[in-house]
Design a protein around this ligand. Structure first.
Ligand code: SF4
Length: 234
């Protein structure tokens, strides 16, 4: 089975398990960008606490942009790495205002996805995942964000080569699935990664994707080879 056919079959089985994900109302694009910067190297709970603290401290994004960096850093401290994240947030807000005269990312809707990604990732501290999250969730554009769960699960399955970097995985996975599958596939693979294909000890015995999975098939072959070897030594 080639990678495209396998990706579509994985998508089909995960929908059977977890369902199709209806598109929800997400944050507006600027808020999504800030929230995604806050999420770097932390968990969702701390990200959300930092985001709420930032919104409570400053009434507008213009105030966040123009505040002394120490004040922004203090507001988002709970998310960790606040001394990196505060200047990143302010630089992003300043760049958007400087180039477009207002704090809005709606101009990205006029670009194609590759161009929009390029614009966003040219900002210091915005990588392919942050860019794809803003495009997919806040702007409804066909980009596929790859987080740590998606990177791990798709390499184990053999959808992408095991040596693929997380950055490269974005484009590879986008090429395997139809664009209208990105939203549900993204959320379902993350859930599968959290609940079944966990980082330290994948729960393969519970997994519905075993017959499609390179990691599992290799493990089975190794056990069979070891058994054969033991038999030959008996
Ligand atoms: S079979 Fe195991 S390694 Fe493969 S996707 Fe399932 S849980 Fe992950």
């Amino acid at each position: 089975m080639d990678a495209k056919a396998k990706a579509i079959e994985v998508h089909r089985r995960l929908i059977q398990l977890f369902g199709e994900r209806p598109k929800k109302q997400h944050l507006d694009p600027i808020a999504q960008l800030v929230s995604t910067i806050l999420s770097q190297n932390t968990n969702d709970v701390l990200r959300d606490k930092a985001f709420t603290a930032l919104r409570q401290r400053f009434s507008t994004w213009e105030q966040v942009r123009d505040a002394p960096v120490e004040e922004v850093s203090e507001a988002i401290q709970i998310a960790g790495l606040s001394q990196q994240k505060a200047p990143r947030i302010q630089q992003a807000l300043r760049r958007i205002s400087a180039e477009h005269g207002e704090l809005s990312l709606d101009f990205l809707r006029q670009m194609d996805v590759a161009e929009a990604k390029q614009w966003l990732t040219a900002i210091n501290g915005i990588g392919p995942k942050t860019a794809a999250i803003v495009l997919l969730f806040a702007l409804g554009m066909p980009a596929f964000p790859v987080d740590t769960h998606i990177h791990r699960v798709t390499r184990r399955l053999g959808l992408i080569p095991t040596s693929t970097s997380r950055e490269k995985a974005h484009d590879l996975l986008e090429s395997l699935l139809p664009q209208d599958a990105y939203y549900t596939f993204h959320l379902n693979v993350i859930r599968h990664g959290r609940e079944v294909c966990q980082a330290r000890r994948p729960r393969c015995e519970l997994c519905t994707l075993r017959d499609l999975c390179d990691y599992y098939q290799n493990a089975v072959r190794q056990v069979e080879a070891a058994n054969e070897f033991q038999k030959s030594q008996a």
